[in-house]
Design a protein around this ligand. Structure first.
Ligand code: ADP
Ligand code: MG
Length: 737
């Protein structure tokens, strides 16, 4: 068979082959104003108005706003309207679109087409098909909630996220966002629990808001994600089995030039990548995803895109959708998108910063410092409660971002550490210090006035302070929102967002109780609030850290402060099933204990499988790619030495060849032995019945082989003649445009 690496390199040398895929670029929309087609494939308010009767329009919009159920009769009318809208746009099929715990999105297409009782073919889509479906769910993970023989899970329409048309590849499909539930009512997906967490936060936060403003009736969490990714030539990626199977390179000698020059960040976007981005943006705009920024990231071939923030619910769907669309658009451009957290050793990994805040139905961002002393107290209330939530549940937050891929990133010295800490900047520190030291139990009215004024005076400085913020913090306050930076690039944001919003719901519920207790004792409202806040600062200030999160000193300091530093997924996940966590999720109505255990098992299983695949791919690559190349080159050297001997040259004429030969032999030996040992360790681990112990074994007994084997493979890549090497090298993957 021809060498795929050279075939790919050859192909890339011809620019016409590269631009082949580019004729899709922009789909003729390049020069159209975004506002002219933004949301054109979304069943949004405008489409609803046009295609629904007054009655069904009202019913749908009310239920979107209040989260109430839609009655079955209305569902029939809404389905009919949706169908007409979709068919007017050339759609033939529909699907219930959902986000199972496998981490991707799922769909099963059905045609509108049907046969009526008298045999006439008709186009049909009734209320029942809109509201509920029963996909054969037996092959989605359920953590034992749903025995395989009883395959019935069902998907239920989530009217709060609008239906949309996926118009890519062959055919157009109407996608109906749904939640995925087991026959016995347990959540099997990401969205169900997220919606519950949002509702729970709404209730708790609205009550707290009412201390300050009686007009607030609803609080919605907001999310603006930033998606980092690598863009690699598809032909080169296809020549690397590790990229195909694991989305990361398991071997590869570092290139002479890596990211040390830092010349890629915010540099000019390469032409080919630019064409991809524009095409991606157009597809996203049609789907109503409000992409706003695009730029190069720190590593070569690494990029980022980010939208304008939205309600968490919608933002989560849009991010899942984006990840789907990215892969599809990349194919048109002969690219492959890598969403893995660490595709290349020695080069920055990818994250997905989750910018999070809460906003009221009166239009106030609760994490934005206010303009008056009164609104400032409201800001401080939500700000300090967030810090307390992060402190109390740091381990649960850590669990929410744990995955096999993110383990390669967290704690390495280019990504947030596995220690959850909160950055707030110098001025807010001063504000907190002031509250801590000046609010005492005999707090009088005059102090109150002074304190408020002082807080107020600082606000412009706070905003200034947070524009140039610390990028090493996993959870940073950035002026008017918190940025959860430790989330992995391939993650479904719902995981982190469910946990964060649940934590906030619990913290705010407790806050309300604490304040009410003081008010009941006769304390004035503002003073009661300040006293509780002071108490929270004292309790949770250990999580505040503004220094270098990547440094060794912080690890030591965090240990002194007793902050958890959990480096690997199997151990991080343990926090999910602690009694504290079970109580949290049960009290807030998010997960039953059974659901939580199921989720824990699914996540452990997912981790184990990913490490298992990595291990298999490493074994395969060594056996069928790397060792054969090395042996071929050895033979080449041997005949060279023989030849030199034959023509009568002395030993020192082929001494260098002999030394290279010896080195190669040694690496071959070590690789072979370690691959054999790794396979043995895997066999042992596979026999372990307990899911947690099995995952721990994969983490602690099998994964350590990866680095050892890789070290020797990379040495071989360096020693062996380039002609013999079959795997595209880092310099080709990262620097060829
Ligand atoms: P960075 O310097 O971190 O790259 P950006 O300005 O690019 O910052 O990204 C900030 C992100 O935060 C954007 O996605 C933006 O929409 C989002 N954001 C801004 N305000 C809020 C808010 N109130 N709630 C949630 N996200 C927000
Ligand atoms: Mg950011």
């Amino acid at each position: 068979m021809e060498n795929l690496r050279f075939a790919a390199l050859e192909d890339i040398q011809h620019p016409e082959s590269t631009s082949k895929g580019n004729n899709h670029s922009g789909n003729g929309m390049n020069h159209t104003r975004i506002t002219a087609f933004f949301g054109s494939n979304v069943f949004n308010r405008k489409a609803m108005r046009e295609y629904l009767s007054d009655e069904s329009f009202k019913s749908l919009t009310t239920s979107i706003q209040s989260g109430s159920k839609i009655d079955r009769k209305m569902a029939g009318q809404i389905a009919a309207g949706m169908k007409t809208w979709a068919m007017d746009k050339g759609v033939s099929h529909y699907t219930h679109w959902f986000q199972p715990l496998t981490g991707t999105t799922a769909e099963k297409h059905d045609a509108f087409f049907s046969i009526s009782k008298d045999g006439t073919p008709i186009e049909n889509f009734d209320g029942d098909s809109l509201v509920q479906q029963e996909p054969d769910a037996s092959s989605f993970p359920s953590g034992g909630l749903r025995a395989t023989f009883e395959a019935r899970g069902y998907t239920a329409w989530d009217p709060s996220s609008p239906a949309f048309i996926m118009d890519m590849g062959s055919g157009k499909t109407l996608c109906i966002p749904t939640v995925f539930i087991s026959y016995t009512g347990e959540s099997l997906d990401y969205k169900g629990p997220l919606l519950k967490a949002i509702a729970s936060l709404d209730k708790a936060a609205t009550e707290v808001c009412n201390y300050f403003d009686k007009n607030v009736t609803r609080v919605t969490p907001t999310l603006g994600w930033e998606q980092e990714y690598f863009l690699i030539d598809a032909r080169l990626a296809d020549a690397r089995p590790d990229l195909l199977m694991c989305e990361r390179t398991v071997v590869g000698h570092p290139p002479a030039k890596g990211q040390q020059l830092e010349d890629h960040y915010f540099g000019t976007i390469p032409e080919r990548a630019y064409a991809f981005m524009r095409d991606l943006e157009i597809e996203c705009y049609k789907l109503g995803i409000p992409l706003k920024t695009r730029h190069n990231e720190v590593a070569p071939a690494q990029f980022e895109c980010a939208p304008i923030f939205e309600d968490v619910n919608i933002a989560v769907d849009h991010n899942s959708l984006l990840m789907d669309v990215m892969n599809k658009v990349a194919l048109r451009h002969q690219f492959r998108v890598l969403l893995h957290e660490k595709p290349f050793a020695g080069i920055n990994g990818s994250g997905k910063h989750n910018n999070w805040s809460m906003s009221t139905d009166t239009g106030v961002n609760l994490l934005s410092p206010g303009k008056t002393p009164k609104t400032n107290l409201m800001f401080l209330t939500f700000f300090i409660n967030t810090i307390k939530g992060a402190y109390d549940y740091a381990d649960v937050l850590r669990a929410s971002i744990a995955s096999a891929g993110n383990d390669f990133r967290l704690g390495a010295n280019e990504a947030p550490p596995a220690i959850i800490s909160v950055f707030i900047g110098r001025y807010l520190h001063e504000v907190l210090n002031e509250i801590e030291t000046r609010v005492d139990h005999k707090f009088d009215e005059q102090d109150e006035a002074i304190l408020k004024l002082d807080l107020h005076r600082h606000i412009p400085e706070v905003l200034l302070d947070n524009t140039d913020r610390n990028r090493t913090s996993p959870f940073a306050f950035t002026g008017n929102k918190f940025e959860f930076r430790a989330v992995g690039s391939s993650a479904n944001c719902a995981s982190a967002m469910t946990v964060l919003n649940t934590i906030m719901a619990e913290t705010l519920t407790q806050f309300k109780k604490d304040v009410d207790k003081l008010i009941d004792k006769g304390e004035k409202k503002e003073i009661a609030i300040l006293q509780v806040l002071q108490n929270y600062i004292v309790k949770s200030k250990d999580i505040l850290f503004d220094g270098d999160g990547y440094g060794e000193e912080w690890v030591k300091e965090a240990e002194k402060r007793k902050l958890p530093n959990i480096k690997t997924t199997p151990h991080a996940l343990e926090a999910l099933i602690s009694s504290k966590s079970i109580k949290l999720f049960r009290d807030m109505g998010i997960y039953s204990e059974k659901e939580l255990h199921a989720r824990y098992e699914i996540l452990l299983e997912d981790y184990m499988k990913k490490v298992q695949i990595d291990a298999r791919v490493i074994g395969d690559l060594c056996t069928s790619f790397i060792l054969p190349s090395a042996i071929k080159y050895q033979n080449h050297l041997i005949s060279n030495i023989k030849g030199l001997k034959e023509i009568g040259l002395k030993e020192d004429a082929y001494d260098a060849q002999k030394r290279i030969l010896a080195k190669i032999s040694e690496h071959i030996q070590i690789i072979t032995r370690n691959v054999e040992d790794m396979i043995e360790a895997r066999k042992k681990a596979n026999k372990i019945k307990d899911a947690h112990q099995r995952a721990v074994d994969y983490c602690e007994k099998i994964k350590p082989y990866f680095d050892i084997i890789r070290y020797h493979c990379d040495k071989l890549e360096f020693l062996v003649d380039d002609e013999y090497w079959k795997l595209p090298k880092y310099r080709e993957l990262l620097f060829l445009r």
